[in-house]
Write a protein that binds this ligand. Structure first.
Ligand SMILES: [Zn+2]
Length: 332
């Protein structure tokens, strides 16, 4: 048993309370490798933004859960080296799907876990979430739960259709489970293809796809039911056109990739939405950099030369999200 407190990590409780009061949101960035983690920590340290490091099922399969945990521990020390005296870093399990997995993360030094039982019937979601909360809270680890179903594909989490969270269920759910935050479905979606062209309209000037707006009426109704309760948005990448263009220019093929417009996420950040998950955008930044370097320098065979550029691209992206979209800079 290792406590996250010994590792210099923090849970989400105080961070979320401050974010709701201050009208900003905390970035939750997924990481799978060293370059991504370096870019996240540099961006957070230099902007003095609290940050949530997320480990998904795909990341655990790719990089090994044990290794990722030690990398997060190293990230705290790296942040201090960068001059961030008291790093506000959360290590969070993204989309935990069983009690056993959540327990193993709590026991191993994670400061926050998500139990995603949203695909189960309502009463089973409550029972499983409650079980995780009761265990995690003994060690002051915070728990994110989910109500409603997001569309899209994210590692092993996928659904063809979305079901908006029902505002009439949230008080009962939050009260009976004791969860610390709630991921809701209001039209965000996992992956780089969040919407089919049929779901979008076309901007007559640019010809680009414009996605349907988020259901702010559902968010408002949820906030009315649960005033001041921390709300989480998954699937909130914006799929920046500049990266898609670079990828397509240098031999990639990402036709009609569509994300959530940043002005909608900025608006959400000002509400009780206090955690916004961004994964696909950093994948796009990484891929754009690698494609560009390898296309322009076909003789290059040192991975540091293209992964290093990818790291720079991701750092710029993370800083942009922190400063221009979530408003979490200067808050840690
Ligand atoms: Zn998610």
């Amino acid at each position: 048993m290792v406590s996250y407190k010994e590792l210099g990590l923090v849970n989400t409780r105080e961070m979320f309370a401050k974010a709701i009061k201050g009208g900003y949101a905390i970035p939750a960035f997924n990481f799978n490798n060293m370059e991504q983690l370096q870019a996240i920590i540099k961006a957070a340290a230099e902007t003095k933004s609290p940050v949530i490091l997320q480990v998904s099922k795909g990341a655990r399969n790719y990089a090994n859960q044990t290794l990722l945990r030690y990398m997060a521990q190293g990230a705290v020390e790296y942040a201090k080296e960068l001059g961030w005296e008291k790093p506000q870093i959360v290590l969070h399990l993204d989309h935990g799907d069983s009690f056993e997995l959540c327990k193993s993360c709590v026991d191993f030094g994670f400061s926050s876990v998500m139990i995603d039982a949203s695909a189960l019937p309502y009463e089973e979601n409550i029972a499983l979430t409650k079980k995780v909360v009761e265990y995690a809270h003994q060690f002051d680890v915070t728990v994110e739960a989910e109500l409603g179903v997001l569309a899209g594909v994210e590692d092993e989490v996928s659904s063809a259709v979305s079901h908006y969270t029902k505002p009439e269920e949230v008080v009962d759910f939050a009260t009976r489970t004791g969860c610390d935050s709630l991921a809701i479905s209001i039209g965000t979606s996992h992956g780089a293809y969040k919407f089919t062209p049929e779901q979008c309209t076309r901007d007559p000037k640019t010809g680009k796809l414009v996605p349907p707006p988020l259901a702010f009426d559902v968010l408002d109704a949820i906030m009315e039911q649960l005033p001041g309760f921390p709300i989480v948005l998954h699937g909130s990448s914006s799929v920046p056109q500049e990266y898609v263009d670079i990828i397509n220019h240098f031999g990639g093929k990402l036709p009609d990739a569509v994300g959530i417009p940043e002005e909608q996420l900025r608006k959400a950040s000002e509400s009780a939405v206090c955690k916004i998950n961004i994964d696909s955008d950093s994948r796009l930044a990484f891929t754009a950099a690698v494609r560009k370097v390898l296309a322009e320098k076909p003789g290059e065979f040192d991975p540091r030369k293209y992964c290093g550029v990818a790291r720079d691209y991701m750092e710029d992206l993370y800083k942009h999200k922190i400063i221009d979209v979530l408003g979490s800079d200067g808050k840690a």
